[in-house]
Ligand binder design. Structure first.
Ligand code: NAP
Length: 242
């Protein structure tokens, strides 16, 4: 058992999830790092002491196997962070878009629902404080970009599940959402797209993965916040034109 208990984080193999997983380890938490693709990042997490478990969350049998591995450990969990995500514009072809929708629902809604439901009995906070579930959603859950309507609507579904689970699991577990804005651009963002996004962001810069970790840490450290959504977006939600 680690000093501060163990946290399961999904999509920990790269970028924000990888940074959050390393930061949790540094701060004394144990980490169960879920990942889809093997990578140097996953190897580095194992080397740093995380337990890494592979699963494609669109595949029910792999999701079930992930859950069986975690419950099989028969150890308490301090928290769960749902970070795994797909980010794509909606396909023009309707049949392709429908198949895409199933993947979005599976990763953003079905997997978090099942993981929370199956693992809730394992959740236990530090001292007498509640444990944590954190859903990483998006400012687009409230103010969608129509070109990403499938992505946005399923992130809005996850945002709504925050409220159901906050009600369902209280007072033992706090359940909150973090809504990132432009924290880390993708390689696919052109220079022009980056410039435009930053022009629409009050604080005028990319936030970085550390901004998300600090929000995670703030929620973990505060025993009296549940059913809340915390935008970590440099103010983009107030200024975005779409
Ligand atoms: N980056 C931003 O500026 C930004 C803005 C708004 C919201 N967010 C949210 O913040 C979180 C972290 O962002 P990010 O940019 O680091 O995300 P990302 O680069 O898109 O990484 C997402 C992670 O999810 C995993 N994943 C995708 N599909 C999966 C599947 N079917 N099964 C299992 N795992 C799957 C990926 O695994 P692979 O490595 O195998 O692909 C990856 O590790 C996400 O929830 C994202 O929606 C980020």
């Amino acid at each position: 058992m680690t000093e501060r208990g163990t946290i399961l984080i999904t999509g920990a193999g790269r970028r924000v999830g990888l940074h959050v997983a390393h930061s949790l380890l540094r701060d004394g938490f144990g980490v169960i790092a879920h990942y889809r693709s093997e990578s140097d990042g996953v190897a580095a997490l194992r080397a740093a002491g995380a337990t890494a478990i592979q699963a494609d969350l669109t595949r029910s049998e792999e999701l079930r196997r992930l859950l069986a591995t975690v419950t099989g450990k028969d150890e308490p969990l301090r928290g769960i962070i749902h970070n795994a995500s797909l980010f794509e514009t909606t396909r023009e072809d309707v049949d392709e878009a429908l198949a895409q929708y199933e993947r979005f629902v599976a990763v953003h809604m079905r997997a978090p629902w099942l993981i929370n439901t199956i693992l809730a009995p394992l959740l236990a906070g530090e001292n007498d404080d509640p444990a944590d579930i954190i859903h990483i959603t998006d400012i687009f859950a409230d103010n969608p970009n129509p070109a990403f309507d499938l992505y946005c609507s399923t992130k809005a579904g996850l945002q709504n599940l925050t409220l159901s689970f906050a009600k369902r699991l209280a007072p033992r577990v706090k359940v909150n959402a973090i809504q990132p804005g432009p924290v880390l651009f993708k390689d696919t963002h052109t220079a022009a797209a980056r410039e435009r996004v930053l022009e629409e962001t009050l604080l005028g810069r990319e936030g970085g993965a550390e901004a998300i970790y600090r929000a995670v840490k703030a929620l973990l450290d505060n025993p009296y916040i549940t059913g809340a959504s915390l935008p970590v977006d440099g103010g983009r939600r107030l200024a975005q034109r779409v």
